[in-house]
Structures are given as C-alpha cells and as structure tokens.
Ligand binder design. Structure first.
Ligand SMILES: [Zn+2]
Length: 437
C-alpha cells in the first residue's frame, strides 16, 4: 500500500528541513537544532573512528579509537581517564569520562552512558574499515556495532553542551575496550563499570538501534542472561549384548535420556538451552580451552563416558533457578548402570524487564514523539544477544539500543544508516535533558 508508506516519508522530509517540532520547549528545540547542524561532523567522526581497526585483541587500535572519542569528550568539559587492565588479561582497558556539577547542586538523575571501542574484527579480518555506499549509508568494521553508537553519545552530549544543558548534571561515560570479548576475570574487566553504576541512577547504552518492520524505532528493555552447563555422564563399560539387562544402559543412553528430558520438560517462554558439543564412548577427551575433543568406542562395547557442554539463556534469576532445579531433577533419575552430574556457570547477568526500565522506555518514546520522530517500541529480550549493559542492569534502571541503526553487524558487510545518527542523537539528547532536570 504505497499511500501508507508515503506519509512518513513526507513527515521525515519536513522534519529534516528543521520544522519546529510540537511538544518541545525552546531549549529542547535548540538541542535538536544543534544535533542537526552537527550531522556532517558526526559522520566525519564516525569515519575517523572506523578507519582505525579496533578488534578486541588489537590493543593499540582500541586505545587509538579511545583517543578519538576522548578528545571529543574533553572538548565538552569532561574529565577523562584511561583504565588499564592487567597485562595478562590481554585487553586494552576502558575510557571513562565524567562531568559533574558541584556537590549538592546536581539536578535530576545521574546518568551512566555506555559504549564500546572494540569490534569483532581483528586486524586480519576481511571487509572494509570504511566505505561510503550511498549518500545515506556506509559500510565498515564496527560502524553500527558500535562506533555509530559512540558517535550518537558525542552528538547528543555536544548538543546539550551547546544549549547550556550540561551544567549541574552528573554524567559518566564508559566506553569499554573489550565488549565483544570481555576480559577474564570479569570481576576485574567489569569492576569499574559496576562501581560507576553504583554512583549513577540510570544507564543508557548505545548498542545498535533496531528498526521494526514498519520502520519504527525499537529500544531494548531486557536482555537475557547467558550461562553454561557442563553435563558429565558415566556408565559401566561392558559387553553390548547385556545393555538392556544386568550390564546397564551405559553413558550414551543416559545422556540421550537427560537431554531429551530437558527438551521435553524444562522449556518455558524466554528460556533456552543448547547442548553445543557432545562426546561419548569409552575413551573421551575434551579440551575446554579450545572447545574441541576426541571420542573413541566400539559398537559392541557399552560406553562409559559422555561429555556435554551447552549454554543456557534466561530472562531473570527466578527463571534460572526453576530451570536448574528441574534439570538437576532430570539428571538424578538415572537409568540402571549409569549416573550423571551437572554444573552451571553464570556469565552475563540478566537485564530483566523491570518497571524502571519500562518507565525509561516510556520517557524515551515520549521524547521521540515530541521531536516528531514517532513512538519507540521494544525488542523482545529473546531477540538480542548479551551486552555490557547487563552488568549494570541489576543495579540501576537501564535502557539499551539507543545507538545507530544498520545491519549485518559482525559481518564484512556491516553497515550503518547514517541518517539514524541524527535521529538517535536527538532522541538521546532529549531523554538525557529530561532525566537531568
Ligand atoms: Zn556491540
């Protein structure tokens, strides 16, 4: 239905021409004008940062990318510091910037803004660093995930600064250097972010913005936790002819029983678990560090060992606990002549869909509507992978997906919609403005 499609285009054109948006105060209008006026510079900043390869393990590249954004933040009156990681962690560290009004004078919410400097593209990765596809799109390593998001942060803060709206606010920016492959131990690699979250009220994360099927902007109010499980199964080695009798069922039948039990009896909405690798037989070796292994066995011998490694994703801790309890029960119902044990390891905490996060989304959507950019919807928690915001979401109200939109993230065709830099920066700047009044 072309007529339906035509209307938003006309609206967009009107707004791009700088028409006064309804529902904005004079200061807010000034903020949106400042974002629009800076759009060519925003694209320029994105290009400069994208032309530096910053794969997580390219430590010099990550630091150089940090320098680009550090200069921008210092020009806006932020104090910056680079936080190094211990050498053995092989991570570049993080850029932290802060601007805070005098004690007792800070108004509104204290904000924590999250971005990351690294990309999944190491120095030898294929794909361009930066290539202009058209007037409105560019292709390149990390242009959407998430150098575009970092640029949105700068564009929004700059507009607030120009409008005099940063005075007496408390804003902390953390651009991590290892989001794509967080350094171990996490207690160290995420310690500073978590400490800064404790001194903030709201976290805004600028991972890629998702566009809904009708072109509507979509933000993220929840992301599932990631965890893993280790299932180790044992059986009695013996002659295959006795498998259904005194010799026992062995480890392979027991593993099959357990996994099928999980599949049939543990599933609930929002919960997934995936046995990613399985090895079974009489001679099994699994190399944890390299996620590979070997197995040997004979058809006429009952297997005595199975190793299963899998992941587990859940919406909140209550769901995790239900799943783990149920899985342990299933594991315990051993077949004759077999036994098993299961252990769980948490990785990224859940960003649960809380009333606080939904309230943030409502504010964000209202700001977007007031600027004439339409309401903002939400992405289901199951539709996104893990992200840095999850380390702070258990502590403070959080919203993610405020960055640039694009596509094909993590692939050589990663691209960014350059016009989204402006829209996302307007939305973010207005949200920050309203949160800090
Ligand atoms: Zn990312």
């Amino acid at each position: 239905m072309p007529r339906k499609l035509a209307r938003p285009l006309v609206l967009t054109a009107l707004l791009a021409a700088g028409a006064q948006a309804q529902g904005l105060s004079a200061v807010e209008q000034r903020i949106t004008d400042e974002v629009r006026a800076w759009q060519p510079e925003a694209i320029n900043l994105l290009e400069r940062s994208a032309r530096i390869n910053s794969g997580t393990l390219n430590l010099a590249g990550v630091r150089a990318t940090g320098d680009v954004f550090r200069k921008e933040l210092e020009a806006l009156g932020f104090k910056t510091v680079w936080i190094d990681m211990p050498r053995e962690m092989n991570r570049a560290g993080h850029l932290v910037a802060n601007r805070s009004g005098p004690q007792g004078k800070v108004k509104g919410k204290r904000l924590l803004l999250l971005g990351h400097l690294d990309t999944v593209f190491e120095a030898d990765a294929p794909g361009p660093l930066w290539e202009r596809d058209s007037a409105t799109t560019a292709r390149g390593q990390g242009v959407g995930d998430m150098k575009g998001g970092n640029v949105v942060v700068i564009a929004a803060l700059r507009a607030l600064h120009r409008a005099g709206a940063l005075d007496n606010t408390s804003i902390t920016v953390v651009f991590t250097g290892d989001e794509e492959e967080a350094g171990h131990p996490r207690e160290i690699s995420r310690r500073d972010m978590i400490e800064l979250a404790k001194r903030s009220d709201v976290a805004l994360s600028f991972e890629g913005a998702v566009t809904g099927p009708d072109g509507q902007a979509m933000a993220t109010v929840g992301r599932r936790a990631t965890a893993s499980f280790d299932l180790d199964v044992t059986g009695r080695q013996g002659h295959s002819q006795g498998v259904f009798g005194n010799a026992g069922y062995g480890a392979v039948y027991e593993a099959a029983r357990i996994l099928d039990g999980f599949r049939q009896h543990v599933v609930e909405p929002g919960l997934t678990f995936n046995p990613g690798v399985i090895l079974g037989g009489t001679d099994v070796a699994y190399d944890e560090a390299n996620a590979k292994g070997t197995a040997a066995g004979k058809t006429n011998v009952i297997a005595n060992k199975v190793v299963v490694r899998g992941d587990l994703r859940y919406l909140d801790y209550a769901q995790r606990d239900r799943a783990q309890t149920r899985m342990r029960e299933i594991v315990a119902q051993s077949l004759p002549g077999a036994g098993a044990s299961i252990t769980f390891r948490d990785s990224y905490p859940p960003m649960a869909v809380t009333p606080g996060n939904l309230k943030l989304l409502a504010l964000y959507s209202q700001a977007s509507s007031d600027a004439g950019l339409g309401p903002v919807g939400t992405v289901p928690p199951t539709a996104r992978g893990a992200g840095d915001v999850q380390f702070v979401a258990p502590l403070i109200d959080s919203l993610d997906g405020l960055g640039a939109s694009g596509g094909a993230a993590h692939s050589p065709n990663e691209r960014v919609d350059l016009t989204s830099l402006e829209r996302s920066a307007i939305r973010a700047a207005l949200l920050m403005y309203r949160l800090t009044r």
